[in-house]
Design a protein around this ligand. Sequence first.
Ligand code: 9YW
Length: 417
Amino acid sequence: MHGRESAVSVLDANRRDGYTIPSATLYPFQWNWDSAFVAVGLAHVEPEAAKREVRTLLDARWENGMVPQIAFWSDAAGYFPGPEEWRVGTDRTVHADVETSGITQPPMVVPAAEYVYEVTGDEAFRDSVLPDLEAYCEWWLRERSDDGELVWVRHPWATGMDDSPAWVGPLERFDPGEVSYTRKDRKDSELAEQRPTDWDYDRYVALVRQGRELGWDEARLREESPFVVEDVLTNALFVRACESVAALSADAGDEAAAERWRAQAETTRRALSERRFDDDRGLFVSYDLAADEPLPVRSIAGLIPTLAGAPTDEQFARMRETLDEFLAYEYAAPSYVGPEMDYDRYWRGPVWLNTNWLLERGLRRMGADAEADRVRADSLRLLDREGFREYFNPETGSGRGSGRFSWSAALSLAWAA
Ligand code: 9YW
């Protein structure tokens, strides 16, 4: 019922000019890591569209190398904050004259581009995207790393897991003052219960306004932003991004670049293992650089460094105990397990299929095939039961958030391949 044809029809319906919007009801522009997951799925059914998806996203990249979280390729109603709120201007984009948001998202586009290349073998595609992918990795190191090892982000939206309980500490430490704005994401009362609260939104908007007031100057924001966080999911994907640039460079015959990015992947992987593993909680935890303290919560983000091969054998043995807690639900794997868990609210408990896809691949990298099979099987059960919903209640399996959600449709195609 929710098979290949319906997945393709959702993606076709959500496709605009060269890119796919995440959801026609909630997210009417191009989002960074959404497009990356969409490209992974499209690679199996519409390879030309997959390549174009990646190319279009990279066309929005800033002159300094950053690939933005949102590209506002055309006008659309129904989303806040739009370009008039971010006020980034178009002089920052390198390939296209396009308004964007002022932050990035986890660098999933880099491994996604490698994935599309592996499926299609199109060398012209590889050569077209590689300079942008490498510039993006350079940007992370130049603008977003204090030590050349781990990278940081400066907005909850940049983590892709906006209202994760991991961010409550840093957000609590600052007073957003009076922020006036109108939310557009709560279309009905049911959705209002499933979306981040006003408390969260006040802080998201205050951080956007601070960025805009400081002209999106990275050095000043590093000093002045109250939210400067080394997110473990972002760092895991950064390791994968470096590995992908290394693999694509080697394939293109550039052994020097390949060697450099392999070494960077190793540096970041080792830093994750040595500095971001929380033995008490049995998983990786993010770090608040503004307050200089760890953010010790059990978020699914803390399991994703498996994807980077980061845990030592000893750490992974400890992680298996924590993993059991995430697998104790009817449907694996909830986005968060802990005191603030809310089965229906966004990143505070529901199962999301993109983190399941990353976790499954991480578990396979660690040789934990039985657990990986479980995550895959539960994802397929949810898709079969509820269709391409945005997220799902981990106990009842009920679909939550938007319907006809692009990455859910796309990843179903990747799982079927
Ligand atoms: C926002 C589009 C995005 C995703 C994020 C998810 C949510 C809210 O929706 O962000 O306004 O950007 O948390 O991961 O990319 O689907």
